[in-house]
Design a protein around this ligand. Sequence first.
Ligand code: ZN
Length: 493
Amino acid sequence: MTLADRLIRVALGVALVLLLWPLRDLRQDAINAIVRNDAAPGATPPLPAATGAGLPPAARTRVVLIDGAGRDTAAGMAAWNAVCARGLDLTIDVGFPTVSLPVELALWSGRTQQQTGVLYHSTGKPVPPPAGAIPAQVPDAIAIAESHSYIVHSLGFPHTLPPTPAKTLPDKWADTWVDTAVAAVGGPARLVFVHVLRVDTAGHRAGKRSTAWRDAAASADAILGRLTAAAPDARWLVLSDHDHIAGGGHGGEARAIRVVRGCVAGPDVAVGRGGPISVVDAARLIADSVGATLPADSRGRPLAAALAAPVDDDDVLPALPRGRVALAIALLLAALLATGWAAGGRIAAVPWWWPVALIALMLLETTPSLSTPMIYKKQGLTMANAAAPGLAVLAIALTFEVRRDWRRALVAQLALPVAATVAVWIVTGASGLWFGERVCPVVPRWSGWLPPLTIISATALAVAGLVVLASAVLPGSGPSTPAGTSRSDRAAP
Ligand SMILES: [Zn+2]
Protein backbone atom coordinates (compact mmCIF):
# COMPACT_ATOMS: atom_id res chain seq x y z
CA MET A 1 0.00 0.00 0.00
CA THR A 2 1.48 3.33 -0.99
CA LEU A 3 1.19 6.34 1.28
CA ALA A 4 -1.17 8.05 -1.20
CA ASP A 5 -3.42 5.02 -1.27
CA ARG A 6 -3.43 4.88 2.51
CA LEU A 7 -4.35 8.59 2.75
CA ILE A 8 -7.16 8.21 0.23
CA ARG A 9 -8.58 5.30 2.21
CA VAL A 10 -8.39 7.25 5.48
CA ALA A 11 -10.05 10.32 3.96
CA LEU A 12 -12.78 8.31 2.25
CA GLY A 13 -13.36 6.15 5.33
CA VAL A 14 -13.77 9.19 7.59
CA ALA A 15 -16.03 10.90 5.04
CA LEU A 16 -18.32 7.86 4.76
CA VAL A 17 -18.61 7.61 8.54
CA LEU A 18 -19.32 11.33 8.92
CA LEU A 19 -22.08 11.13 6.29
CA LEU A 20 -24.19 9.25 8.83
CA TRP A 21 -25.31 12.45 10.55
CA PRO A 22 -26.43 14.52 7.55
CA LEU A 23 -28.11 11.47 6.04
CA ARG A 24 -30.04 10.86 9.25
CA ASP A 25 -31.11 14.50 9.16
CA LEU A 26 -32.19 13.99 5.57
CA ARG A 27 -34.41 11.09 6.68
CA GLN A 28 -35.96 13.39 9.28
CA ASP A 29 -36.49 16.05 6.59
CA ALA A 30 -38.37 13.50 4.50
CA ILE A 31 -40.59 12.60 7.45
CA ASN A 32 -41.26 16.26 8.21
CA ALA A 33 -42.17 16.82 4.56
CA ILE A 34 -44.54 13.84 4.62
CA VAL A 35 -46.45 14.87 7.73
CA ARG A 36 -46.33 18.66 7.43
CA ASN A 37 -46.25 19.74 3.79
CA ASP A 38 -49.24 19.90 1.47
CA ALA A 39 -49.00 19.02 -2.21
CA ALA A 40 -50.13 21.17 -5.12
CA PRO A 41 -53.83 20.53 -5.81
CA GLY A 42 -54.01 17.99 -8.61
CA ALA A 43 -56.37 16.03 -10.80
CA THR A 44 -58.01 12.71 -10.10
CA PRO A 45 -59.32 10.28 -12.74
CA PRO A 46 -63.08 9.63 -12.98
CA LEU A 47 -64.61 6.72 -11.05
CA PRO A 48 -66.24 3.82 -12.96
CA ALA A 49 -69.16 5.18 -14.96
CA ALA A 50 -72.71 4.09 -14.19
CA THR A 51 -76.12 5.69 -14.13
CA GLY A 52 -78.47 5.86 -11.19
CA ALA A 53 -80.29 8.33 -9.00
CA GLY A 54 -78.99 10.12 -5.95
CA LEU A 55 -80.73 10.22 -2.60
CA PRO A 56 -83.59 12.72 -2.39
CA PRO A 57 -83.09 15.52 0.15
CA ALA A 58 -84.01 14.83 3.77
CA ALA A 59 -85.22 17.28 6.40
CA ARG A 60 -82.45 16.38 8.81
CA THR A 61 -79.15 14.63 8.03
CA ARG A 62 -76.90 13.33 10.81
CA VAL A 63 -73.35 12.14 10.15
CA VAL A 64 -71.31 10.37 12.82
CA LEU A 65 -67.69 9.55 12.11
CA ILE A 66 -65.96 7.19 14.53
CA ASP A 67 -62.31 7.91 13.86
CA GLY A 68 -60.10 4.85 13.38
CA ALA A 69 -62.84 2.23 13.83
CA GLY A 70 -62.47 -0.18 10.91
CA ARG A 71 -64.87 -2.81 9.63
CA ASP A 72 -64.19 -5.49 12.23
CA THR A 73 -64.57 -2.99 15.06
CA ALA A 74 -67.80 -1.62 13.55
CA ALA A 75 -69.16 -5.14 13.26
CA GLY A 76 -68.94 -5.50 17.04
CA MET A 77 -70.77 -2.24 17.81
CA ALA A 78 -74.48 -2.74 18.56
CA ALA A 79 -75.66 0.81 17.89
CA TRP A 80 -73.72 0.91 14.61
CA ASN A 81 -75.16 -2.49 13.61
CA ALA A 82 -78.64 -1.18 14.37
CA VAL A 83 -78.22 1.69 11.88
CA CYS A 84 -76.90 -0.74 9.24
CA ALA A 85 -79.77 -3.19 9.85
CA ARG A 86 -82.45 -0.63 9.03
CA GLY A 87 -80.71 0.83 5.99
CA LEU A 88 -77.82 0.45 3.57
CA ASP A 89 -74.83 -1.45 4.94
CA LEU A 90 -71.98 -0.12 2.77
CA THR A 91 -68.24 -0.31 2.49
CA ILE A 92 -66.48 2.96 1.76
CA ASP A 93 -63.01 3.24 0.25
CA VAL A 94 -61.52 6.35 1.85
CA GLY A 95 -58.75 6.65 -0.75
CA PHE A 96 -55.12 7.44 -0.07
CA PRO A 97 -53.56 8.31 2.26
CA THR A 98 -55.61 7.03 5.19
CA VAL A 99 -55.18 10.06 7.44
CA SER A 100 -58.11 11.72 9.24
CA LEU A 101 -57.96 15.34 8.07
CA PRO A 102 -57.41 14.56 4.35
CA VAL A 103 -60.11 11.86 4.38
CA GLU A 104 -62.60 14.15 6.12
CA LEU A 105 -61.82 16.96 3.68
CA ALA A 106 -62.69 14.51 0.88
CA LEU A 107 -65.88 13.48 2.68
CA TRP A 108 -67.07 17.08 3.05
CA SER A 109 -65.85 18.51 -0.28
CA GLY A 110 -66.24 15.62 -2.73
CA ARG A 111 -62.65 16.21 -3.80
CA THR A 112 -60.05 13.49 -3.23
CA GLN A 113 -56.87 13.91 -1.22
CA GLN A 114 -55.01 14.33 -4.53
CA GLN A 115 -57.41 17.10 -5.57
CA THR A 116 -57.22 19.09 -2.33
CA GLY A 117 -53.46 18.52 -2.08
CA VAL A 118 -53.90 17.94 1.65
CA LEU A 119 -52.29 14.52 1.88
CA TYR A 120 -51.25 14.14 5.51
CA HIS A 121 -51.11 17.42 7.38
CA SER A 122 -50.85 16.16 10.95
CA THR A 123 -49.71 19.55 12.19
CA GLY A 124 -52.64 20.02 14.56
CA LYS A 125 -53.49 23.22 12.69
CA PRO A 126 -56.60 23.66 10.53
CA VAL A 127 -56.53 24.21 6.78
CA PRO A 128 -58.82 26.69 4.99
CA PRO A 129 -62.05 24.84 4.09
CA PRO A 130 -61.93 23.60 0.46
CA ALA A 131 -63.86 25.70 -2.05
CA GLY A 132 -67.39 24.40 -2.53
CA ALA A 133 -67.41 22.32 0.66
CA ILE A 134 -70.86 20.99 1.59
CA PRO A 135 -71.21 22.38 5.14
CA ALA A 136 -70.71 25.99 3.98
CA GLN A 137 -73.87 25.57 1.83
CA VAL A 138 -76.04 24.65 4.82
CA PRO A 139 -76.50 27.77 6.98
CA ASP A 140 -77.48 26.00 10.19
CA ALA A 141 -75.04 23.08 9.88
CA ILE A 142 -73.23 22.14 13.10
CA ALA A 143 -70.06 20.12 13.68
CA ILE A 144 -69.06 18.82 17.10
CA ALA A 145 -65.73 17.16 17.85
CA GLU A 146 -64.70 15.11 20.85
CA SER A 147 -61.14 16.41 20.44
CA HIS A 148 -58.60 17.38 17.73
CA SER A 149 -61.01 20.12 16.76
CA TYR A 150 -58.64 21.46 14.08
CA ILE A 151 -60.22 18.79 11.86
CA VAL A 152 -63.84 19.99 12.17
CA HIS A 153 -62.57 23.55 11.93
CA SER A 154 -61.19 22.71 8.45
CA LEU A 155 -64.49 21.60 6.94
CA GLY A 156 -66.41 24.85 6.48
CA PHE A 157 -69.21 24.33 9.02
CA PRO A 158 -70.99 27.60 9.95
CA HIS A 159 -71.19 26.39 13.58
CA THR A 160 -68.36 24.40 15.10
CA LEU A 161 -67.76 23.13 18.62
CA PRO A 162 -65.41 23.42 20.42
CA PRO A 163 -65.47 27.03 19.20
CA THR A 164 -61.75 27.21 18.38
CA PRO A 165 -59.29 24.80 16.75
CA ALA A 166 -56.97 25.10 19.77
CA LYS A 167 -55.37 21.89 21.00
CA THR A 168 -56.50 22.62 24.56
CA LEU A 169 -60.19 21.81 24.86
CA PRO A 170 -62.62 24.07 26.73
CA ASP A 171 -63.05 23.45 30.45
CA LYS A 172 -65.03 20.25 31.19
CA TRP A 173 -65.44 19.54 27.45
CA ALA A 174 -64.77 15.84 28.03
CA ASP A 175 -67.78 15.72 30.38
CA THR A 176 -70.15 17.85 28.36
CA TRP A 177 -69.49 17.29 24.68
CA VAL A 178 -71.71 14.21 24.34
CA ASP A 179 -74.70 16.06 25.84
CA THR A 180 -73.99 18.96 23.48
CA ALA A 181 -73.87 16.56 20.52
CA VAL A 182 -77.07 14.79 21.59
CA ALA A 183 -78.86 18.15 21.85
CA ALA A 184 -77.58 19.19 18.41
CA VAL A 185 -78.61 16.00 16.60
CA GLY A 186 -82.01 16.14 18.34
CA GLY A 187 -82.45 19.77 17.26
CA PRO A 188 -83.79 21.23 14.02
CA ALA A 189 -80.47 21.83 12.20
CA ARG A 190 -80.52 20.41 8.68
CA LEU A 191 -77.02 18.93 9.03
CA VAL A 192 -75.13 17.82 12.14
CA PHE A 193 -71.72 16.13 12.15
CA VAL A 194 -70.29 14.40 15.21
CA HIS A 195 -66.62 13.39 15.20
CA VAL A 196 -65.83 10.72 17.82
CA LEU A 197 -62.10 10.38 18.35
CA ARG A 198 -61.52 7.93 21.24
CA VAL A 199 -61.05 4.74 19.18
CA ASP A 200 -58.27 6.36 17.13
CA THR A 201 -56.60 7.63 20.30
CA ALA A 202 -56.69 4.14 21.83
CA GLY A 203 -55.30 2.68 18.60
CA HIS A 204 -52.29 4.99 18.60
CA ARG A 205 -51.64 4.40 22.30
CA ALA A 206 -52.20 0.69 22.62
CA GLY A 207 -53.03 -0.92 19.27
CA LYS A 208 -56.12 -2.81 18.19
CA ARG A 209 -55.73 -5.85 20.40
CA SER A 210 -55.83 -3.82 23.61
CA THR A 211 -58.40 -3.41 26.34
CA ALA A 212 -58.14 0.33 25.71
CA TRP A 213 -59.32 -0.23 22.12
CA ARG A 214 -62.24 -2.44 23.16
CA ASP A 215 -63.26 0.02 25.88
CA ALA A 216 -63.07 2.93 23.44
CA ALA A 217 -65.16 1.07 20.85
CA ALA A 218 -67.74 0.17 23.50
CA SER A 219 -68.07 3.72 24.82
CA ALA A 220 -68.12 5.14 21.26
CA ASP A 221 -70.95 2.72 20.54
CA ALA A 222 -72.82 3.89 23.65
CA ILE A 223 -72.41 7.49 22.45
CA LEU A 224 -73.70 6.52 19.00
CA GLY A 225 -76.69 4.85 20.66
CA ARG A 226 -77.56 8.05 22.55
CA LEU A 227 -77.14 10.12 19.39
CA THR A 228 -79.35 7.96 17.17
CA ALA A 229 -82.02 7.74 19.88
CA ALA A 230 -82.18 11.55 19.94
CA ALA A 231 -83.28 11.78 16.28
CA PRO A 232 -84.81 8.45 15.23
CA ASP A 233 -86.53 9.97 12.18
CA ALA A 234 -83.43 11.73 10.76
CA ARG A 235 -81.33 10.34 7.93
CA TRP A 236 -78.16 8.87 9.42
CA LEU A 237 -74.74 8.17 7.97
CA VAL A 238 -72.37 6.39 10.34
CA LEU A 239 -68.86 5.76 9.08
CA SER A 240 -65.17 5.81 9.84
CA ASP A 241 -62.20 7.43 8.16
CA HIS A 242 -59.71 4.52 8.33
CA ASP A 243 -58.79 1.44 10.32
CA HIS A 244 -55.56 0.79 12.24
CA ILE A 245 -52.87 -1.86 11.79
CA ALA A 246 -52.79 -4.43 14.61
CA GLY A 247 -50.15 -2.61 16.64
CA GLY A 248 -51.76 0.80 16.06
CA GLY A 249 -51.10 3.25 13.25
CA HIS A 250 -52.57 4.22 9.88
CA GLY A 251 -51.81 6.30 6.81
CA GLY A 252 -50.82 3.59 4.31
CA GLU A 253 -52.68 2.27 1.28
CA ALA A 254 -53.52 -1.21 2.62
CA ARG A 255 -57.05 -2.14 1.65
CA ALA A 256 -57.80 -3.40 5.15
CA ILE A 257 -57.19 0.12 6.48
CA ARG A 258 -58.69 1.96 3.52
CA VAL A 259 -62.06 0.22 3.19
CA VAL A 260 -64.31 1.02 6.14
CA ARG A 261 -67.94 0.44 7.00
CA GLY A 262 -70.49 3.15 6.31
CA CYS A 263 -74.19 2.74 6.96
CA VAL A 264 -77.04 4.98 5.81
CA ALA A 265 -80.52 4.73 7.26
CA GLY A 266 -83.67 6.79 7.55
CA PRO A 267 -86.16 8.41 5.17
CA ASP A 268 -86.06 7.08 1.55
CA VAL A 269 -83.21 4.64 2.27
CA ALA A 270 -84.08 1.02 1.50
CA VAL A 271 -82.47 -1.88 3.35
CA GLY A 272 -79.55 -3.31 1.39
CA ARG A 273 -75.82 -3.79 1.09
CA GLY A 274 -73.19 -2.52 -1.31
CA GLY A 275 -69.81 -1.00 -2.04
CA PRO A 276 -67.08 -0.26 -1.88
CA ILE A 277 -68.11 3.20 -2.91
CA SER A 278 -65.53 5.99 -2.86
CA VAL A 279 -65.35 8.53 -0.07
CA VAL A 280 -66.30 11.15 -2.68
CA ASP A 281 -69.43 9.10 -3.46
CA ALA A 282 -70.19 9.38 0.26
CA ALA A 283 -69.71 13.14 -0.12
CA ARG A 284 -72.24 13.13 -2.95
CA LEU A 285 -74.64 11.19 -0.72
CA ILE A 286 -74.37 13.86 1.98
CA ALA A 287 -74.64 16.68 -0.58
CA ASP A 288 -77.81 15.19 -2.10
CA SER A 289 -79.22 14.64 1.36
CA VAL A 290 -78.84 18.29 2.35
CA GLY A 291 -79.54 19.82 -1.08
CA ALA A 292 -75.94 20.98 -1.62
CA THR A 293 -73.86 20.86 -4.81
CA LEU A 294 -70.38 19.37 -5.02
CA PRO A 295 -67.60 21.28 -6.82
CA ALA A 296 -67.60 20.78 -10.60
CA ASP A 297 -64.41 18.70 -10.54
CA SER A 298 -65.76 16.28 -7.92
CA ARG A 299 -65.88 12.66 -9.05
CA GLY A 300 -68.63 11.78 -6.56
CA ARG A 301 -71.45 9.76 -8.16
CA PRO A 302 -75.16 9.55 -7.27
CA LEU A 303 -75.77 6.73 -4.77
CA ALA A 304 -77.45 4.27 -7.18
CA ALA A 305 -74.64 4.79 -9.74
CA ALA A 306 -71.98 4.27 -7.10
CA LEU A 307 -73.69 1.08 -5.94
CA ALA A 308 -73.90 -0.16 -9.55
CA ALA A 309 -70.15 0.30 -10.13
CA PRO A 310 -68.05 -0.38 -7.01
CA VAL A 311 -64.53 1.03 -6.92
CA ASP A 312 -61.30 -0.99 -6.93
CA ASP A 313 -57.71 -0.22 -5.97
CA ASP A 314 -56.91 1.25 -9.40
CA ASP A 315 -59.82 3.68 -9.11
CA VAL A 316 -58.73 5.25 -5.84
CA LEU A 317 -54.94 4.89 -5.56
CA PRO A 318 -52.99 7.64 -7.33
CA ALA A 319 -50.62 6.48 -10.07
CA LEU A 320 -46.91 7.28 -9.82
CA PRO A 321 -45.70 9.97 -12.27
CA ARG A 322 -44.20 8.14 -15.27
CA GLY A 323 -41.20 10.44 -15.63
CA ARG A 324 -40.10 9.77 -12.07
CA VAL A 325 -40.55 6.02 -12.48
CA ALA A 326 -38.49 6.05 -15.70
CA LEU A 327 -35.69 8.01 -14.03
CA ALA A 328 -35.66 5.62 -11.07
CA ILE A 329 -35.50 2.57 -13.35
CA ALA A 330 -32.65 4.12 -15.37
CA LEU A 331 -30.72 4.71 -12.16
CA LEU A 332 -31.28 1.13 -11.00
CA LEU A 333 -30.10 -0.24 -14.36
CA ALA A 334 -26.94 1.87 -14.17
CA ALA A 335 -26.33 0.59 -10.62
CA LEU A 336 -26.85 -3.01 -11.79
CA LEU A 337 -24.25 -2.53 -14.52
CA ALA A 338 -21.82 -0.95 -12.05
CA THR A 339 -22.35 -3.82 -9.61
CA GLY A 340 -21.80 -6.39 -12.36
CA TRP A 341 -18.58 -4.69 -13.42
CA ALA A 342 -17.28 -4.27 -9.87
CA ALA A 343 -18.15 -7.80 -8.77
CA GLY A 344 -16.38 -9.13 -11.86
CA GLY A 345 -18.58 -12.20 -11.99
CA ARG A 346 -17.73 -13.22 -8.43
CA ILE A 347 -20.88 -14.20 -6.59
CA ALA A 348 -19.28 -13.45 -3.19
CA ALA A 349 -18.76 -9.82 -4.18
CA VAL A 350 -22.43 -8.89 -4.78
CA PRO A 351 -24.34 -7.09 -1.97
CA TRP A 352 -25.96 -10.01 -0.19
CA TRP A 353 -26.06 -7.88 2.92
CA TRP A 354 -28.85 -5.76 1.51
CA PRO A 355 -31.61 -8.37 1.17
CA VAL A 356 -30.48 -9.73 4.54
CA ALA A 357 -30.95 -6.25 6.07
CA LEU A 358 -34.38 -5.77 4.45
CA ILE A 359 -35.64 -9.22 5.41
CA ALA A 360 -34.34 -8.77 8.97
CA LEU A 361 -36.17 -5.44 9.18
CA MET A 362 -39.41 -7.01 7.96
CA LEU A 363 -39.10 -10.01 10.30
CA LEU A 364 -37.82 -8.24 13.43
CA GLU A 365 -39.98 -5.14 13.03
CA THR A 366 -42.49 -5.01 10.19
CA THR A 367 -42.86 -4.24 6.50
CA PRO A 368 -42.60 -0.46 6.39
CA SER A 369 -45.56 1.61 5.24
CA LEU A 370 -47.07 4.99 6.09
CA SER A 371 -49.06 3.09 8.75
CA THR A 372 -46.05 1.77 10.69
CA PRO A 373 -44.98 4.04 13.57
CA MET A 374 -41.29 3.03 13.24
CA ILE A 375 -40.76 5.12 10.11
CA TYR A 376 -41.65 8.34 11.98
CA LYS A 377 -39.46 7.82 15.05
CA LYS A 378 -36.59 10.23 15.69
CA GLN A 379 -33.19 8.97 14.44
CA GLY A 380 -34.79 5.77 13.14
CA LEU A 381 -32.78 3.56 15.48
CA THR A 382 -35.58 0.97 15.51
CA MET A 383 -34.99 0.41 11.81
CA ALA A 384 -31.17 0.48 11.99
CA ASN A 385 -31.13 -2.06 14.83
CA ALA A 386 -33.48 -4.41 13.03
CA ALA A 387 -31.31 -4.22 9.91
CA ALA A 388 -28.14 -5.01 11.91
CA PRO A 389 -27.77 -8.62 10.67
CA GLY A 390 -27.45 -7.26 7.13
CA LEU A 391 -24.93 -4.65 8.24
CA ALA A 392 -22.88 -7.41 9.91
CA VAL A 393 -22.86 -9.34 6.63
CA LEU A 394 -21.69 -6.15 4.90
CA ALA A 395 -18.84 -5.67 7.39
CA ILE A 396 -17.61 -9.25 6.98
CA ALA A 397 -17.92 -9.29 3.17
CA LEU A 398 -16.17 -5.93 2.79
CA THR A 399 -13.36 -6.89 5.17
CA PHE A 400 -12.46 -9.73 2.82
CA GLU A 401 -13.22 -7.91 -0.41
CA VAL A 402 -11.18 -4.76 0.29
CA ARG A 403 -8.05 -6.92 0.28
CA ARG A 404 -8.55 -7.63 -3.42
CA ASP A 405 -9.50 -4.18 -4.71
CA TRP A 406 -11.05 -1.79 -2.27
CA ARG A 407 -12.54 0.52 -4.86
CA ARG A 408 -14.36 -2.23 -6.71
CA ALA A 409 -15.38 -3.81 -3.41
CA LEU A 410 -17.10 -0.58 -2.34
CA VAL A 411 -18.92 -0.20 -5.66
CA ALA A 412 -20.02 -3.85 -5.66
CA GLN A 413 -21.40 -3.69 -2.11
CA LEU A 414 -22.94 -0.21 -2.16
CA ALA A 415 -23.97 0.85 -5.68
CA LEU A 416 -27.22 -1.06 -5.86
CA PRO A 417 -28.51 -0.41 -2.30
CA VAL A 418 -27.64 3.30 -2.49
CA ALA A 419 -29.12 3.64 -5.99
CA ALA A 420 -32.31 1.90 -4.85
CA THR A 421 -32.57 4.37 -1.98
CA VAL A 422 -32.09 7.31 -4.32
CA ALA A 423 -34.63 5.73 -6.70
CA VAL A 424 -37.24 5.73 -3.92
CA TRP A 425 -36.43 9.38 -3.17
CA ILE A 426 -37.09 10.10 -6.85
CA VAL A 427 -40.26 8.00 -7.16
CA THR A 428 -41.85 9.55 -4.07
CA GLY A 429 -40.89 13.06 -5.17
CA ALA A 430 -38.84 13.50 -1.98
CA SER A 431 -35.82 14.33 -4.16
CA GLY A 432 -37.37 17.78 -4.54
CA LEU A 433 -36.19 18.45 -0.98
CA TRP A 434 -32.58 18.38 -2.25
CA PHE A 435 -33.41 21.42 -4.36
CA GLY A 436 -35.24 23.25 -1.60
CA GLU A 437 -38.71 22.48 -2.97
CA ARG A 438 -41.58 22.24 -0.49
CA VAL A 439 -42.80 18.82 -1.62
CA CYS A 440 -45.10 16.34 0.11
CA PRO A 441 -43.55 12.94 -0.76
CA VAL A 442 -46.66 10.84 -0.13
CA VAL A 443 -47.32 8.08 -2.69
CA PRO A 444 -48.75 4.58 -2.27
CA ARG A 445 -46.33 1.78 -1.31
CA TRP A 446 -43.02 3.63 -1.68
CA SER A 447 -43.24 6.49 0.82
CA GLY A 448 -43.12 4.01 3.70
CA TRP A 449 -39.80 2.65 2.38
CA LEU A 450 -38.19 6.08 2.17
CA PRO A 451 -37.12 6.32 5.85
CA PRO A 452 -35.86 2.72 6.35
CA LEU A 453 -33.95 2.63 3.05
CA THR A 454 -32.32 5.95 3.88
CA ILE A 455 -31.36 4.82 7.39
CA ILE A 456 -30.04 1.48 6.13
CA SER A 457 -27.99 3.13 3.35
CA ALA A 458 -26.62 5.75 5.74
CA THR A 459 -25.60 3.10 8.26
CA ALA A 460 -24.13 0.89 5.52
CA LEU A 461 -22.00 3.80 4.24
CA ALA A 462 -20.72 4.30 7.81
CA VAL A 463 -19.93 0.59 8.18
CA ALA A 464 -18.13 0.63 4.82
CA GLY A 465 -16.24 3.74 5.93
CA LEU A 466 -15.05 1.96 9.09
CA VAL A 467 -13.89 -1.08 7.11
CA VAL A 468 -11.98 1.07 4.62
CA LEU A 469 -10.48 3.06 7.47
CA ALA A 470 -9.42 -0.13 9.23
CA SER A 471 -7.87 -1.45 6.03
CA ALA A 472 -5.70 1.68 5.85
CA VAL A 473 -4.52 1.76 9.44
CA LEU A 474 -4.45 -1.86 10.60
CA PRO A 475 -1.52 -4.11 9.67
CA GLY A 476 -2.02 -7.08 7.39
CA SER A 477 -4.59 -5.48 5.21
CA GLY A 478 -4.21 -7.90 2.44
CA PRO A 479 -2.58 -9.66 -0.41
CA SER A 480 -2.95 -6.56 -2.59
CA THR A 481 0.25 -5.48 -0.83
CA PRO A 482 3.03 -7.10 -2.86
CA ALA A 483 5.81 -8.85 -0.91
CA GLY A 484 8.81 -6.66 -0.23
CA THR A 485 6.91 -3.40 0.15
CA SER A 486 5.29 -1.75 3.12
CA ARG A 487 4.92 -4.66 5.54
CA SER A 488 8.41 -6.09 5.17
CA ASP A 489 9.79 -2.54 4.98
CA ARG A 490 8.31 -1.83 8.36
CA ALA A 491 9.72 -5.03 9.77
CA ALA A 492 13.24 -4.15 8.58
CA PRO A 493 15.49 -2.41 11.06
ZN1 ZN B 1 -55.06 8.56 13.98
